[in-house]
Design a protein. Structure first.
Length: 146
């Protein structure tokens, strides 16, 4: 047999043998869980919340800009960045700018904080729903009185 393999696994690794007792083992496990929960709580969720809320703001911007471009000829001319596509080119480009700017601002504000992620997610879903509703033609026509 090889001389380096004759020792026990504890001797080879230089560690301590596992505790076979119940009380000390349970306290070690509890201490590890406490350390893991402290590490989890130390990670701020602000950047993730900023991304979620910014996505909702961008979706709402698409709906709002689409409604404005459809309802008012001046906005339609303003949002026409590329003539073959009409106002849609400016609507989507402007909404992307709103999304990126809101993501940047929110991530700078919430970068090192933990925020109420449930509220942020709810607000983002409300903004998403409003954005989809504002791009739905029957609802747009209803708002415009057509």
């Amino acid at each position: 047999m090889n001389a380096s393999r004759t020792g026990t696994s504890v001797e080879r690794t230089g560690g301590t043998p596992p505790n076979m007792g119940g009380a000390s083992s349970e306290s070690t496990t509890a201490a590890r869980r406490a350390q893991a929960s402290d590490a989890t709580e130390a990670i701020p969720n602000g950047p993730a919340a900023a991304a979620i809320l910014a996505a909702g703001a961008g979706c709402f911007a698409v709906g709002l800009f689409a409604l404005a471009g459809d309802a008012f000829p001046a906005f339609a001319r303003f949002f026409t960045f590329y003539k073959p596509t009409g106002p849609l080119s400016g609507v989507t480009t402007s909404a992307i700018i709103v999304w990126l700017l809101s993501w940047f601002v929110l991530s700078r504000q919430w970068g090192a904080r933990s925020v109420a992620l449930g509220r942020v997610t709810a607000a983002a879903f409300v903004l998403l729903a409003l954005g989809v509703l504002l791009t739905f033609p029957p609802f747009m026509d209803l708002l415009q009185g057509k």
